[in-house]
Design a protein around this ligand. Structure first.
Ligand code: SF4
Length: 432
């Protein structure tokens, strides 16, 4: 007999997705039933995001949706939005980004006392990584593993260091054990994720991402490791050698550029200039000609005039990213950039986003078109809508018509790209 029904809504990044997965496990182990968030539940949990003003708005919308769905339900809000805006929230239990692993205790404390609970910690004082370990990844073919939390970089536009606190890393032996368990459970690909993944280990003794990766690629039967995101100045020569010598490391890197103008990069407090960025990209591409590099870009940052934007477009063309995730600058209260002069108006931002997305679509098409007629090995993913995708190491999602099981490794030949950059292929051979 289940205790109560719980619906969970997760907003934002892979770290939030991982944490919600862990929370789901804890609840199941304690006898709660997990139901879809858009159905009637006794408890609703909203794991919020606050990276942009839009994310805050979406967080509020999901909280109100839950209340309307069942106004007798227990409403629990956690994550980045509540970490910085808890006073704006009306809910039964409010947590920030610490103590998500104590969710069951807080629910049972609330059920016993019927008193609202708010637990928002000053993350600046937190040094310990909040241990979490998953042993499966519901409805996912690839498993995310959170290896690190927090960020010390304080880019001038970013709220994350305030919502997630300083860098805290999971102990390497815990990462190894978690990945080994997932591999033994049959997961072919592990996605390493964190808030600032490249800074993994700076808070531990004699540890860093390169050392961790060197140990991970030794795990028996591990087919593929993917890094969710990494900063350009954290791809060390040692990591490049590892990529060169081990096919286990996926041939796709998501490396945020943020701006293609040195003037704006300085104002953003980013830790590189364009010459360095371009040089590193050249080095990465020399490892494997099929490597895919995607990026994040903010347009309309304060001080970005027509000239700086033109520089950005030229830089993007020169670097030939496979895809450019583009965001209009969003002023986050409490960050230095929010009070800078020369804020850019919304209409200009919108037009710049449109231009960059157009360029991204063209570059994405050019990248995929290079591989028509080529054969790749990949992992099968069967999507909820029945679509069968083979995901290659360099992150090409190839659509095939065969009925296949998720998680198989197969060879696929790319045959066609359509105008929406959908990639089609045919199965050449099956391995497992
Ligand atoms: S590196 Fe910069 S953009 Fe990334 S989370 Fe840290 S402060 Fe934010």
């Amino acid at each position: 007999m289940f205790k109560m029904k719980v619906g969970i809504c997760t907003l934002g990044c892979k770290v939030n997705i991982y944490e919600s997965e862990y929370v789901e496990d804890l609840l199941r182990e304690s006898g709660y039933e997990i139901v879809p968030f858009d159905t009637i539940a006794d408890i609703y949990i909203i794991n919020t995001c606050s990276v942009t003003n839009e994310s805050d708005k979406k967080s509020r919308k999901m909280i109100n949706q839950a209340k309307r769905r069942n106004n007798n339900a227990i409403i629990i809000v956690m994550g980045c939005y509540s970490q910085v805006k808890s006073r704006e929230i009306d809910a039964d239990i409010i947590l920030g980004n610490k103590d998500k692993s104590k969710i069951v205790e807080y629910i049972e404390e609330y059920l016993a006392s019927q008193k609202n609970i708010t637990k928002i910690y000053d993350l600046g004082k937190i040094q310990e990584f909040e241990d979490m370990e998953i042993n499966h990844f519901e409805n996912h073919t690839r498993a995310f593993v959170k290896i690190q939390d927090g960020c010390n970089a304080f880019c001038s536009y970013c709220i994350i260091p305030y919502t997630r606190g300083p860098v805290r890393s999971k102990k390497p032996e815990d990462v190894i054990r978690e990945v080994t368990n997932l591999v033994n459970k049959g997961y072919q690909e592990i996605v390493l994720t964190g808030i600032h993944t490249g800074r993994y280990g700076i808070d531990l003794e004699d540890m860093n991402l390169e050392k961790l990766l060197k140990r991970l690629v030794e795990i028996p039967n591990l087919y593929r490791i993917r890094l969710s995101s990494i900063e350009i100045n954290e791809i060390t020569d040692g990591i490049m050698d590892l990529i060169k010598n081990s096919k286990i490391i996926a041939r796709h890197f998501h490396i945020p550029l943020q701006s293609g103008s040195d003037k704006i990069l300085k104002l953003m407090n980013r830790r590189y200039d364009l010459d360095y960025f371009k040089e590193q990209i050249k080095k990465i591409r020399s490892i494997d000609k099929d490597i895919s590099i995607t990026t994040d870009l903010i347009v309309g940052f304060p001080g970005e005039g027509d000239q700086e934007f033109e520089e950005t477009i030229n830089t993007l063309k020169e670097l030939e990213f496979t895809k450019i995730h583009t965001f209009p600058y969003s002023a986050r209260v409490g960050t230095p950039a929010s009070t800078m002069d020369n804020q850019v108006n919304g209409v200009v931002k919108k037009e710049r986003v449109r231009q960059v997305l157009d360029l991204s679509k063209t570059q994405e098409y050019n990248f995929y078109s290079k591989f028509i007629g080529s054969t790749f090995e990949g992992i099968v993913e069967v999507h909820k809508d029945g679509k069968v995708i083979v995901l290659t190491s360099n992150y090409i999602p190839v659509i095939v018509s065969n009925q296949l099981e998720s998680n198989q490794i197969i060879q696929v030949k790319i045959t066609k790209i359509d105008n929406n950059n959908q990639i089609y292929g045919k199965v050449i051979d099956k391995y497992s």
